[in-house]
Write a protein that binds this ligand. Structure first.
Ligand SMILES: *Cc1c(COP(=O)(O)O)cnc(C)c1O
Length: 394
């Protein structure tokens, strides 16, 4: 292949009504107030965009340029995001009584979390479409990822986070040159401050699923899994869920890959793990609901899971059901213990969100939701270094 492959969506589609919206201008949610998904001409890509064609490309998420929204290769920001290792965690598998466990180590992304994938795409695309100031409310890691890509783009970034966000993350956001506001509240309260800046100052809002492209960055985790497993999918994926872009993104990627001829129609069971102190999706799943009521009094040291309400709740619940998966909650002390066990067994210092995925396994086995013969992928979504001093075991 000479030069960078072309990218770009054909249009955007409302995830609520299916309405089609043009994609070549800055936009937020649909007229119905629902997230927008980018759509591509997949049949036209089938012949040339193949696992074989991609195999020798650059080792970052831009290897999937054809199914990403950015058109101009010159605005594809890059700090080395994606193509993280999929580690064969043998001792963890033995300990959990599973046939095979893979650990996808997203802590190796720029800014130490998989938020880099989503913000890489969102900021690149905002730059391409002419945004001149960016903003987002964050539980922490999205803020530092936005700050990093804003710096790479040369665009100002305004970040609003809860004041008890882990200190290493606050220091990182400041060091990356963003304007940082601390608030006595949760991510949902921070969102109200961002909305004001959007109305008064014309900031472009990068909130989870309130612009169409963070999910496009996160979906690359699904493409990577298939490539790294040699063209197949695992039996189950266990994913620590906050706003849900990772889960929703991978589910979207599987449909795209089927349309591209990369995989067949079978899917992994998708499991959401949340913190016992903030589990709106688990509660909705257990109640058989289509939407999740906001969680009152959200509390957990896993900052990425401290999300009391999510605009993509219905998309997560739909994916969990369609996949034959489910949702479980684990307490903070179990996450913290598993951070230590995973670390000693694998050499990966996981974020508490990563620890939560391992902590979920015994519960899922006990409830008959996964079996010992399953091949399971645990997502360690961030580096433990970002939570130093926060563990309930300290
Ligand atoms: C944001 C975050 C999560 C939750 O991810 P979503 O895709 O928003 O559900 C999990 N882990 C970490 C480390 C995070 O920063």
């Amino acid at each position: 292949m000479t030069g960078a492959p072309p990218g770009g969506a054909t249009h955007l589609e409302c995830t609520g009504t299916g309405e089609s919206v043009p994609s070549e201008q800055l936009c937020g949610v649909s007229a119905a107030g629902k997230p927008l998904f980018a759509r591509y001409d997949l049949p036209a890509l089938r012949e040339h965009f193949t696992p074989k064609a991609v195999a020798c490309r650059r080792a970052d998420l831009w290897r999937y340029a054809e199914v990403l929204p950015v058109r101009n290769p010159a605005v594809r920001l890059s700090l080395g995001e994606g193509w993280t290792p999929l580690l064969d965690a043998k001792r963890t598998a033995d300990r959990l009584g599973l046939e095979r466990v893979w650990l996808k180590d997203e802590g190796q992304n720029p800014t130490g979390s998989f938020k880099a994938r989503g913000l890489c795409l969102a900021v690149s695309r905002a730059l391409e479409l002419g945004a001149d100031a960016l903003a987002l409310p964050s539980a922490g890691n999205a803020g530092s990822a936005a700050a990093a890509y804003g710096a790479a783009a040369g665009l100002p970034v305004h970040v609003v986070v809860p004041k008890d966000t882990p200190a290493p993350i606050l220091e990182e956001i400041r060091a990356l040159g963003a304007d940082l506001q601390l608030l006595d509240g949760l991510i949902t309260d921070c969102a109200a401050v961002v909305r004001q800046g959007v109305e008064r100052e014309g900031w472009f809002d990068l909130s989870t699923l309130k612009e169409p492209y963070r999910v496009e960055g996160k979906k690359t985790m699904g493409y990577e899994l298939v490539e790294q497993l040699g063209g197949r999918l695992p039996d189950a994926i266990i994913y620590p869920t906050g706003g849900g872009t990772g889960l929703i993104g991978m589910w979207k990627a599987f449909d795209e890959m089927e349309a591209l001829g990369w995989i067949g129609s079978s899917r992994p069971k998708m499991f959401t793990v949340q913190a016992a102190g903030c589990a709106p999706i688990v509660r909705a799943w257990e109640n058989g609901a289509d939407h999740a009521d906001p969680w009152v009094g959200a509390s957990t040291y896993a900052a990425g899971l401290r999300v009391p309400g999510a605009i993509g709740d219905f998309l997560m619940l739909r994916a969990l059901r369609a996949s034959g998966g489910g949702a479980v909650a684990v307490p903070d002390h179990a996450m913290a213990q598993w951070v230590q066990t995973l670390g000693a067994d694998t050499g990966v210092f996981a974020a508490p969100e990563g620890g939560a995925t391992a902590a979920a396994v015994p519960l899922l086995i006990e409830r008959g939701m996964i079996s010992s013969s399953d091949e399971v992928v645990l997502f360690n979504t961030g580096s433990g270094l970002k939570y130093v001093g926060m563990s309930p075991l300290d």
